[in-house]
Design a protein around this ligand. Structure first.
Ligand SMILES: C[S@@+](CC[C@H](N)C(=O)[O-])C[C@H]1O[C@@H](n2cnc3c(N)ncnc32)[C@H](O)[C@@H]1O
Length: 229
């Protein structure tokens, strides 16, 4: 697992082409996955939400559209610059610099905290989940969208070919990044705990009643847990 600084540098280089690469490489499915994540959060009007590892802010924007007051936090300024630019002058989420391992908020500040494709990049995922739970009020929700690995044989083979062979080259070409970010994406997804193993990490972080929803044949998953009352 690369350290935080290496991750930060890698995303700084990917930032200019990040949104374009996301849409192209996932054929737009990533947008659908974020919408499903918003449904899982089940936002109530005027709830306060935090989206960590927010990047260019897509999940934060989707949550805000449901009527929540959302803060997006990320430790990579070039990603945040794009999020702020996308917000324009319309009332939208507030974006700020923040490390998921040391969030700049008091305990129990938010009704829900989310993370999309980010927890895998945090150098200590359990500490990250614990920190997300700390800033969530008792009874509030922590919701995670992350890649998973399909177990259906044919889909699994196609996925391994696309993810392992095609995506690292195509990703570098579309995003214009000179580093190995899309090779890292593949390797990190292969190594990261998924399904029951990730639910166990949520329990280790102190979250209760963790649940799992598989998306698109198991290519991605939404995890939801509650903060103890
Ligand atoms: C793959 S991007 C996901 C961005 C966004 N959530 C999305 O759905 O497109 C991962 C993001 O996590 C951020 N990140 C990784 N580790 C972090 C940490 N410890 N604290 C804050 N941000 C972090 C990176 O800077 C990057 O913007």
């Amino acid at each position: 697992m690369p350290d935080g600084q290496t991750i930060q540098r890698m995303f700084a280089e990917v930032a200019p082409g990040y949104d374009r690469a996301n849409r192209a490489l996932s054929l737009g499915i990533d947008t659908r996955w974020r919408r499903r994540t918003v449904r899982t959060v089940a936002v109530q009007p005027n709830e306060r939400g935090l989206d960590v590892c927010s990047g260019t802010g897509d999940l934060a924007f989707a949550l805000q559209r449901e009527g929540a007051q959302v803060v997006g936090a990320d430790f990579c300024p070039p990603m945040l610059v794009r999020a702020v630019r996308k917000a324009g002058s319309a009332p939208g989420p507030r974006f700020l610099a923040g490390d998921t391992l040391a969030l700049p908020f008091r305990d129990a500040t938010f009704d829900f905290v989310t993370v999309a494709f980010g927890i895998r990049n945090v150098s200590d995922p359990v500490a990250g989940l614990r920190e997300m739970a700390r800033v969530t009020r008792p009874g509030g929700r922590v919701v995670v969208l992350e890649f998973s690995k399909p177990r259906v044989p044919l889909l699994g083979a196609a996925y391994r070919f696309y993810f392992g062979r095609v995506l690292p080259r195509l990703g570098a070409w579309i995003s214009g990044a000179r580093n190995d970010a899309y090779r890292y994406l593949h390797d990190s997804v292969m190594q990261f705990p998924e399904r029951e193993a990730f639910l166990a990490l949520m329990v280790e972080a102190g979250l209760r009643s963790p649940t799992l929803q598989l998306l698109t044949g198991g290519i991605a998953a939404i995890y939801r847990g509650e903060v103890r009352t």
